[in-house]
Ligand binder design. Structure first.
Ligand SMILES: [Fe+2]
Length: 285
């Protein structure tokens, strides 16, 4: 089992994809291709599709990427602006409860996103840093021998809603488990910062210890964490219930291009994994 399976978009698939963009009809070949990707996401947890078309026209990239991602399922809105394709770039802001991580150049902890699948399309990579990181949730789970921590992880936490709340509530009413079983399959949903912000909001400072302990397990064995740099044209798709992902801090060079990624959150029609994700937590569903 590989944490990331690589798929190269060969000429044949590219031609099929371009026809699909025009006709919106999925050929048998593309149906088989998308099924293979989904199967791998269930089995391995993440795939990298290499050599997707990068155009100079930014809007065209967004359109093509959205259409391509529709091969794998329904594209979900990620914020209150109802954006389905979000740009990941440094807007010069620092992470805060109300500034979502994708608008900064900060290091991002290992976490899961919204949707069953999160996908990142690299248009331009950073001059320095910005490496992606990932770890298998089950690998972390198997390391945990602290029963009180395990109990708390299954019980879950409330989330800070990051300014995505349409009503007055700054934090969720519901708790979201970090680990849960669905159809006997272990699932994970974890995003430390909004959980920590919600604990601070509730003045439950001592519970932050649970997050520290859990993070210790995440970072316990360096070998468990895979690190790599996405290149322009790479599309990385992650099964959010199985793999936690993160990012190293990056620096854009003034002379060179600035790091730009596009992100989509997807719900496949048929998928072995299902449950509440970070998106449900933002919306308190
Ligand atoms: Fe993420």
């Amino acid at each position: 089992m590989k944490l990331k399976k690589i798929f190269n978009l060969n000429k044949k698939i590219k031609a099929e994809v371009l026809t699909y963009f025009k006709t919106r009809k999925k050929s048998k070949y593309l149906t088989k291709f998308s099924k293979e990707i989904i199967d791998n996401l269930e089995l391995n947890g993440s795939v990298i599709i290499k050599d997707f078309i990068v155009e100079k026209n930014h809007q065209k990239n967004k359109k093509n990427y959205k259409k391509f991602m529709e091969l794998f399922g329904k594209i979900l809105s990620q914020n209150k602006k109802r954006e389905k394709i979000v740009e990941i770039k440094d807007l010069g802001k620092k992470w805060s409860a109300n500034t979502r991580g994708y608008k900064t150049n900060d290091f991002l902890d290992l976490h899961t996103d919204g949707g069953s699948l999160a996908s990142l399309f690299c248009i331009k990579d950073a001059a320095y840093g910005g490496e992606s990181t990932c770890v298998n949730a089950k690998t972390i789970y198997d390391l945990i021998n602290d029963q009180s921590l395990k109990k708390k992880l299954f019980e879950g936490f409330r989330y800070h809603r990051r300014g995505e709340a349409s009503n007055y509530s700054k934090i969720t009413k519901k708790k979201y488990p970090i680990f849960f079983y669905n159809k006997k399959i272990l699932h994970c949903t974890y995003n430390r910062k909004p959980i920590e912000e919600a604990l601070k909001f509730q003045k439950k400072y001592s519970e932050i210890n649970y997050l520290d302990k859990f993070d210790e397990y995440i970072f316990k064995k360096k070998n468990n964490i895979s690190q790599f740099k996405l290149k322009p044209g790479d599309i990385w798709i992650v099964n959010n219930f199985k793999v936690l992902h993160g990012r190293k801090k990056f620096i854009n060079s003034k002379k060179k291009q600035k790091r730009l990624l596009l992100r989509a959150w997807i719900k496949p029609t048929k998928f072995k994994f299902s449950g509440k994700t970070y998106l449900e937590a933002l919306n308190d569903i």
